[in-house]
Design a protein around this ligand. Sequence first.
Ligand code: HQG
Length: 182
Amino acid sequence: MDLTKTSKFLSLILRHKPEVIGITLDEHGWADIDELIDGINAHDNKYNINREILNQIVETDEKQRYAISPDGKLIRANQGHSIPVDVELKETEPPEELFHGTADRFSESIEQQGLLPQSRLYVHLSKDIQTAEKVGMRHGKPVVYSVNSGEMFRQGYKFYISLNGVWLTKNVPPQFLTISKN
Ligand code: HQG
């Protein structure tokens, strides 16, 4: 069974628009799993989700996007939110260099303003060029920026790592960005 469509819908609900299925997230981004399943099935039966399918999506997700609470009752997205929830990210010292993949049409604006979170809570950074390039390809012709995260950290910028290994920071001013040469 192709669970990609259901997983994408789950991301929409858990990161951006829980109201679409009439549920709310708590302050830490958790949704009640029974409410979530009922809400999705009532919204549109094409997703045909149940607890078993949900578990399968969580376990097999290639980016480990979701976490289930230890008591098995709640689920949340590990990162990527636009709604203001506190997923208890771990503040962490970053490596000297991180990467951000984007599309070339955004370059002019990025080089003037730096990286901004846009609709999300954080700027998303990758630990390697290949991952960043894939992220960039989602938007168009990819461009990869190298981020001088080591220097940012020494200057007091905070970095977080999500449970699924995505680096996050509030913004990256242009002086810390260079176009990465593969
Ligand atoms: C761009 C996926 C103009 C930014 C990925 C990006 C990631 C600017 C776009 C996660 C800008 C926002 C997040 C500026 C930033 N001017 N454009 N000043 N600053 N931008 O989708 O990082 O599969 O919100 O470069 O793997 O592409 O969904 O962020 O192109 O980890 O789990 O504004 O989403 O994960 O786009 O992707 P997004 P993103 P999932």
